[in-house]
Design a protein around this ligand. Structure first.
Ligand SMILES: *Cc1c(COP(=O)(O)O)cnc(C)c1O
Length: 484
């Protein structure tokens, strides 16, 4: 399998060559030259596989420069019931991504079933663990093989940073320097990150907001000499290995939801940077029988606007709202370019032009074009949700099905209910557990959500965090001192 850039000027790289890379040198994102095709027979032959075995089958199509025996070990060690154990009580602990059927819903004269694809059983209780845990093991593997070291620098407002730390903790050859905005995360999120005692994890609380932390990461990454000298890398959501790891659970969800591969299933995906639903698009391009891919946004509705109108308009920082589903608060969707590349017939020059236009004039407009008319053939539809919708949906799901869902999953559920088709099962991706967003759950239900037993009292554990002013030089110096 060879990889190319969505902007056309980068070609013929292998999986391991792009594993540690962010953007391609031409500013594009990496994608495989072609998508491997999965026949119905192959799909049916995967029905008996464990999640780790299924991950191996799918990843080996994309990472064919890792010897099969090694990739197998990496998958087996990543997707274990010990790592993904924070599942709801009634689950089979060996199932990494169980499906919870909520019930049957009437649609017109017919009906369908709606379920949650539970992706939040990993150490940080959000779906980012699904890909990040694999990345930790892949990074450790490739660094050891090439006798290299990597210092990961990142900024987080909560979810991504903790998923990265839990994936990289204790990994040989890797150090993590994670900047977070001081006093801006929930007590639970702070406890998750700051209570880690691993020597390779450094939490730095910046006296400022998330954008200050993000700006420091950009400034350090733009200092190419410093970056090279200190082996600085990132684990952001455009990393190809993260996207491809997420392809696996669309297959797993499909196989659990169906008895035969003649059936179609729809997926509804709470979306921010378009990483998660991009994996669904790739699964569909590989031949997985997906009827609809439903993009659910919150009030930050860049993507909903695009799929409804053909106008892509990135938001300015001041227009980006802080909502009660904060992990979807984005101004532009960094993985969206991958879909646009496929949709526009893989024309790299055109994609380069469009996304340069996003930087210079804020967006592009495909309304009233034949291309926009063709978008339906990719299965995409969309919807948006507000704080009031989330509250109502959390109440509705709790009252009707006796299940408490988190705020992001509630955005997905709200939009899924608007797109049901009789006879086509609907899976809503559960992207976090409710305990992570306890105050909104309390607002909706009048009581806090249940807490997995492993997280009892974590706010009381000793915390380790270094506080710093928003100063690039101070952060650089800290990295220098701690990578000697
Ligand atoms: C990151 C995140 C999302 C958005 O996922 P994208 O891949 O950025 O679209 C949704 N829900 C939760 C809980 C998240 O952490």
């Amino acid at each position: 399998m060879r990889y190319i850039s969505t902007r056309g000027s980068q070609q013929n790289l292998s999986f391991l060559q792009i594993l540690l890379a962010g953007l391609a040198p031409d500013g594009g994102l990496y994608l495989p030259e072609t998508y491997p095709q999965i026949s119905k027979q192959t799909l049916d032959s995967w029905r008996g596989l464990s999640y780790a075995q299924l991950a191996f089958e799918i990843l080996s199509l994309f990472a064919d420069d890792i010897p099969a025996a090694d990739l197998k070990v990496i998958c087996e060690k990543t997707y274990t019931s010990k790592v993904y154990c924070h599942t709801r009580e009634q689950d089979d602990a060996t199932d990494i991504t169980p499906v919870h059927w909520l019930g049957d819903v009437a649609v017109g004269q017919g009906q369908t079933s709606i379920g949650l694809l539970s992706l939040s059983n990993g150490p940080t209780l959000a779906f980012k663990d699904m890909a990040m845990q694999l990345l930790g093991n892949l990074f450790e593997y490739v660094l050891a093989r090439e006798n290299k070291e990597l210092n990961i620098l990142g900024a987080t407002s909560g979810d991504t940073g903790s998923a990265a730390e839990y994936a990289m903790r204790g990994k040989k050859g890797i150090k993590v320097f994670m900047l977070s905005p001081k006093g801006k995360m929930s007590p639970f999120q702070c406890a998750q990150m700051y209570s880690l005692k691993d020597e390779n994890i450094f939490n730095i609380a910046i006296e400022g907001v998330f954008d200050d932390a993000q700006d420091i990461v950009k400034a350090v990454s733009n200092d190419l000499a410093f970056k090279a000298q200190h082996q600085i890398g990132t684990v952001n959501s455009i990393n190809w290995a993260r996207v491809v790891a997420q392809v696996v659970y669309y297959f797993a969800g499909y196989l659990r939801a169906t008895d035969s591969s003649s059936e179609k299933v729809s997926f509804c995906v709470p979306s921010g940077n378009f990483g998660n639903v991009c994996a669904g698009h790739i699964a569909r391009m590989m031949g997985l029988p997906i009827e609809k891919l439903i993009v659910a946004t919150n009030e930050n509705d860049v993507l909903d606007e695009f799929f409804k109108t053909g106008v892509y308009r990135a938001r300015k920082a001041a227009e980006t709202l802080h909502t009660s589903s904060p992990s979807m608060d984005i101004s532009k969707a960094s993985n969206f370019e991958r879909f646009v590349f496929d949709w526009l017939g893989r024309d790299g020059a055109e994609v380069a032009k469009l996304f340069k236009q996003v930087d210079t004039s804020g967006g592009f407009d495909f309304s009233n074009t034949t291309q926009f008319g063709q978008i339906a053939q990719y299965g995409f539809v969309s919807g948006r949700s507000t704080h009031e919708d989330r509250i109502r949906t959390i109440q509705q799901v709790a009252n009707t099905y006796h299940v408490v869902i988190d705020t992001h999953t509630a955005d997905g559920m709200k939009v899924a209910l608007e797109h049901l088709t009789a006879g086509v099962k609907m899976l809503v991706l559960e992207t976090a557990l409710p305990i992570k967003f306890a105050s909104t759950i309390e607002e909706a239900l009048g009581h806090p959500p249940g807490r997995p037993s492993a997280f009892e009292g974590i706010e009381q554990l000793p915390q380790q965090v270094i506080e710093m002013p928003p100063n690039v030089q101070a952060v650089k110096q800290f990295i220098v001192e701690h990578t000697k």
